[in-house]
Design a protein around this ligand. Sequence first.
Ligand SMILES: Cc1cc2nc3c(=O)[nH]c(=O)nc-3n(C[C@H](O)[C@H](O)[C@H](O)COP(=O)(O)O)c2cc1C
Length: 343
Amino acid sequence: MHDLIIPPKVSIAPMVDVTDKHFRYFMRLLTKKALLYTEMITCEGIYHGDEEKLLAFNSVEHPVALQIAASSVEQIKKAMPKIKNWDYDEINLNAGCPSDRVSGNLMGACLMAYPELVRDMLFTIKEYTDKPVTVKHRIGIDGKNILPSDFKRTLFDTYEDMHHFVSVIREAKPERYTIHARIAILEGLSPKENREIPPLRYEEVYRLKEEFPELSIEINGGFKTIEEIKAQLDKVDSVMIGRLARDNPFVMKYVDSIYGESSSSKLTRRQIIEEFISYAELCQDKGENAYYAIGHMDGLFLGKRGSKRWKQILNTPASHNIKASELLRISLKELPQEVLDEV
Ligand SMILES: Cc1cc2nc3c(=O)[nH]c(=O)nc-3n(C[C@H](O)[C@H](O)[C@H](O)COP(=O)(O)O)c2cc1C
C-alpha cells in the first residue's frame, strides 16, 4: 500500500509529451506528496503496443495515476488486463482532451456529449481494479461539426449541462472528478488554444461542489502560485496543476507545505541537478535517451540569472558528443552559484 492520499490536495496534470517517467522522477524530487499523472495513453495503444514502453514507471514515482483514453467499453476491456500488470495508484479516464485526433475518434472531451457511455466506461474500469477510478473533464463542450448530425444540439456549455453529465456518471461512483474549468471547442481551436481562449469559469466548479458535497471535486486551469492553489482548497477538495509545473518547476517544491508539512523542501537547484546527474547516468547505462530526460528540466531557472545559459547547455547539439550527465556537471560550474544554492 502506498502513501496515496485520497483525495490528493494537489496533483500534477497529465500532459502529453511532458509527464513521462523522466518528468515524473523530476517532480518527485520536488514534492513527495502531489499525485503525479502519466501522459494520456490510449487503450488501443496499450492493447496493441509495447506494454513495458508505455506503462513502466519508477517505483519512486508513487503515488502515480495512469490516464487512459478510450472511445468504447470494448477498448477498455482489451486494455485493462495489461494495465493490471502495473501497480498504478489510480486509473483516470480522459473526458477533457480537445485534440482533433482524440475527438474525431470519440475520445476525450467529446465524451461529455455521451454521459451514459462515460458512466459505462467507468463501471468497466472498476470491474478490473480495486484502485481509485477517476475522471477528468471540462465544464462543457462545443461539438459543432464534430458530433454526429443526428445530435439534436452540439453545444453543451451551460452549468446545467455539466450538472447533468455529473449526475449520470456518478452512478459509477468515480472517486474523483477533475474539472478543467473552461469548455472545449472541438473544431477550429488547437489544443493549445483550447487551454487559453475559452474563459475560465471557476464559479461553476465551486457550485458543483456545493450541490454535490459528497463528491470529491478537483479544480484545474490557470493556477500560477502556491497561494492561489491554497485558496482553492477552501472551496473544493483538490487542485490540479499543469503548465506551472512544466514552466516553473522550482515552485513545486512548496507544494508539500500545502499538506501541512512543517517546512517546505530545502532542496536547492544544485541538489536537484546533482540528483538528476545520477538519474541521467542510469538512463545512459540503460541505453535510454538521457538528453530527452534532462530536457524536462528546462524551466528550472525561470526568471533567474543564468536561465539563458542553462537552456543553451541543455540544448547542446548531440554532435558535440557530450553525455547528458556531463552537461549537467558543466551547468554546476557555469551557472551563478547564488542561484544554484538558493533555498
Ligand atoms: C503540453 C500539454 C499536454 C496536455 N496533455 C493532456 C493529456 O494528455 N490529458 C489531459 O487530460 N490533459 C492534458 N493537458 C491539459 C492539462 O492536463 C490541464 O488540464 C491544462 O493544462 C490546464 O491546466 P493548467 O492551466 O494548470 O496548465 C495537456 C496540457 C498541456 C500543456
